[in-house]
Design a protein around this ligand. Structure first.
Ligand SMILES: O=C(O)CCC(=O)C(=O)O
Ligand SMILES: [Fe+2]
Length: 285
C-alpha cells in the first residue's frame, strides 16, 4: 500500500519518477481502494519522444464532421457512441495504426503504457477490452486544446453508467473503480489545469441512465451539478510534459480549465478499470 503521498491537499496524489514505479507495485489498486487519489509519473516519455510526436501533430482544426465540435480530437471516443459500437471499433483499428506511426522512431505508446501500468497493477496483465465480435477497443485518444478551449466537467462514472456505448464494457469491468489516465505531450503556458472538485459521484444522482452522461443532467441535493459545483472546494494540477497522470476520475468531479497563451495543450489518454474479479486491468478510450 502507498504510505506517503507527497502532495496532500484536497486529494492525495503521489508524484514519482518513472524509474521508481517498482516501489508502487499496487499503485493502481491503491487508487481503486481509495488509499490515494492519483499518481503522477514523471518522465513517462522523454523530451526527445515528446518533441518528435508533437512535431508530427500538425493538424490545426477538428476533423470534418467531428462530434467534438471545435476541439481537435484524434481517434474515436466511446462515451459519445450509441449502443452499436461497430463504427467505433473500426475507427479504433485505424487509429491504433496511426498511433504506432506517430510514435515510431521512439518508444511505442501502447508498449510503454502497458509496461508502466503493468508494473503498478499488482501483477495483473494489462489488456484492451475486446467486443463479443472480436474487435479491440481503442487504447487511447489524443486531445488538443488551443487558446480559450477547455474540457467541461464530468465524472468518468457518468459515461460508464449513463451512456449507451458502455453497455458491453459495463458487463466486464468493476462498477466502482473507473480511473482515467493521460500523458501530457504539450502543456499550456497557463491555464489548461486539471481541476478537481470536492464533490464525489456517490453524492450525486443520475436519473437519466440512457443519456445522462452526455446531457450532464446529474443532480446533487436535487440541483443540477453545473449550477452548484463552483461552491465546492477545488484542487488544481498542472502536470508537466512527459508526465503520466492516473487518477480516480470515476468518483471525483473534474474538468480542464481554459487554455491561456499560445501553446496548445496536448494530451494522449483514456480510462482504466479492473475486470470484475480483478484478474486483469483494462484500458480504453
Ligand atoms: O486532460 C485530459 O486529456 C483528460 C482530462 C480528464 O478529464 C481525465 O483525464 O479524466
Ligand atoms: Fe475525465
Amino acid at each position: 500500500m502507498i504510505k506517503s503521498p507527497v502532495a496532500k491537499s484536497l486529494y492525495n496524489f503521489v508524484e514519482l519518477d518513472v524509474s521508481e514505479i517498482g516501489n508502487y507495485p499496487e499503485g493502481i489498486i491503491d487508487i481503486c481502494d481509495r488509499q490515494v487519489h492519483g499518481l503522477i509519473v514523471k518522465n513517462f516519455l522523454s523530451p526527445e519522444d515528446i518533441s518528435r510526436v508533437v512535431s508530427r501533430l500538425t493538424r490545426k482544426d477538428p476533423f470534418p464532421g467531428s462530434p467534438f465540435g471545435d476541439v481537435l480530437i484524434y481517434g474515436p471516443a466511446l462515451y459519445i457512441c450509441d449502443a452499436d459500437i461497430t463504427q467505433y471499433c473500426e475507427e479504433a483499428v485505424d487509429f491504433r495504426k496511426y498511433c504506432r506511426q506517430l510514435f515510431s522512431g521512439g518508444v511505442d505508446f501502447e508498449t510503454r503504457l502497458t509496461e508502466v501500468l503493468g508494473a503498478m497493477s499488482g501483477g495483473r496483465p494489462v489488456e484492451l477490452p475486446v467486443t463479443p465480435d472480436g474487435y479491440a477497443y481503442t487504447p487511447t485518444t489524443i486531445r488538443v486544446l488551443k487558446t480559450g478551449q477547455e474540457m467541461g466537467w464530468h465524472f468518468e462514472n457518468q459515461f460508464l453508467h449513463c451512456t449507451p456505448g458502455y453497455r458491453h464494457l459495463e458487463t466486464i469491468v468493476e462498477p466502482d473503480d473507473h480511473l482515467s489516465y493521460f500523458v501530457v505531450l504539450s502543456a499550456a503556458n497557463a491555464g489548461g489545469e486539471l481541476v478537481l472538485y470536492d464533490l464525489e459521484w456517490s453524492e450525486t444522482e443520475w436519473p437519466d441512465k440512457e443519456h445522462g452522461g452526455t446531457r450532464k443532467n446529474g443532480l446533487v441535493n436535487g440541483q443540477l451539478i453545473a449550477s452548484v459545483m463552483e461552491d465546492y472546494d477545488q484542487m488544481f494540477l498542472s502536470p508537466e510534459a512527459g508526465s503520466l497522470v492516473v487518477f480516480d476520475a470515476g468518483r471525483i468531479l473534474h474538468r480542464v480549465s481554459a487554455v491561456e497563451g499560445s501553446r496548445r495543450r496536448i494530451t494522449v489518454g483514456g480510462f482504466l478499470a479492473f475486470s470484475k474479479e480483478r484478474e486483469k486491468l483494462f484500458y480504453w478510450s
